[in-house]
Design a protein around this ligand. Structure first.
Ligand code: PAF
Length: 283
């Protein structure tokens, strides 16, 4: 695997591959890699000739109260993991390489109708940070395909929308959520949990699954289901953020006759804010 930290060296490296008509898949990450990320690499390898991953902890997507400096950085271990899975190129730029101007980024990319809902409500500016860095990374790597985990479902929709609106020739693939045996979605944030909290955390998926079953068996009172789930999460030791039944295509609150739904939740446990979701298609 080649590890490259400058935009010009990456472009030079990928230039020959493009001349040879090799297809390129891109897996952007912020590092601290776990099995969920590595499954994105596996998926990318199925799609194309050359897989490029990136590790970049993006300051633009951290709010003023979020700990950018404290974000776990495990670069050597991440490199080993990517090598073991057969990734071809790792792009690992510095903040100065990505944002050379003093005001971090003068151009930003916003997807207004998606970015203020759900996670965007408690993390103002977060999705502008994500949309901006992903647009830049797409411009740098120019992949044919990019793979994102569906755990961050809102992020996935934001990226699909910006790709469509900016006419970027990149196919966006959502990869299934990787889960621990307990059902807990794999996440870098799980590293903030104690052993006891890790056990409690599995309750988030239990509540999402119970809500899915209720919808599938004909429950139509969506607010009741949402409130019930919030109460169950509180009894399991979580603090509330949101638990919402939404339309799968645009994250607007679902109505009784909608069929393609996503149940999306975020809740605080100890030092972590966990997110997860379950998609449901009703007959
Ligand atoms: O999902 C992430 O790790 C990040 O939000 C991403 C897509 C790499 C952009 O920084």
């Amino acid at each position: 695997m080649y590890t490259i930290d400058s935009i010009s060296n990456l472009r030079n490296h990928l230039w020959q591959a493009k001349l040879d008509h090799k297809t390129i898949a891109f897996v952007p990450t912020m590092g601290n890699l776990h099995e969920g990320h590595l499954q994105l690499i596996d998926r990318a390898l199925e799609e194309v000739d050359l897989v490029v991953a990136s590790i970049f902890v993006n300051p633009l997507q951290f709010g003023p109260n979020e700990n950018f400096n404290g974000y776990p950085r495990t670069f050597m271990a991440d490199q080993e993991k990517l090598i073991s899975r057969g990734c071809h190129v790792l792009f690992a730029p510095s903040v100065d390489e990505m944002y050379p101007t003093t005001n971090i980024s003068s151009t930003t990319v916003k997807v207004p109708h998606l970015e203020q809902l759900l996670c965007g409500a408690s993390r103002p500016g977060h999705f502008t940070g994500v949309a901006t860095v992903v647009s830049k990374l797409f411009g740098i790597v120019q992949p044919d395909v990019a793979i994102f985990g569906l755990k961050d479902y809102q992020q996935f929709l934001v990226i699909k929308q910006l790709t469509y609106d900016l006419c970027l020739p990149v196919k966006i693939i959502g990869a299934p959520i990787a889960r621990a045996e307990s059902g807990l979605a794999l996440s870098s944030r799980n590293g903030y949990l104690s052993d006891e909290e890790l056990m409690q955390a599995a309750q988030l998926y239990v509540c999402l699954s119970a809500c899915r079953v209720a919808l599938e068996t004909g429950e139509t009172d969506l607010s009741k289901l949402e409130e019930q789930a919030q109460c169950e999460l509180e009894s399991a030791g979580f603090r509330r953020d949101y638990f919402k039944i939404c339309r799968q295509d645009n994250l607007q609150p679902a109505e009784a006759n909608d069929k393609d739904l996503v149940i999306a939740a975020a809740a605080y446990l100890g030092k972590a804010r966990l997110i997860d979701n379950v998609r449901v298609t009703l007959p």
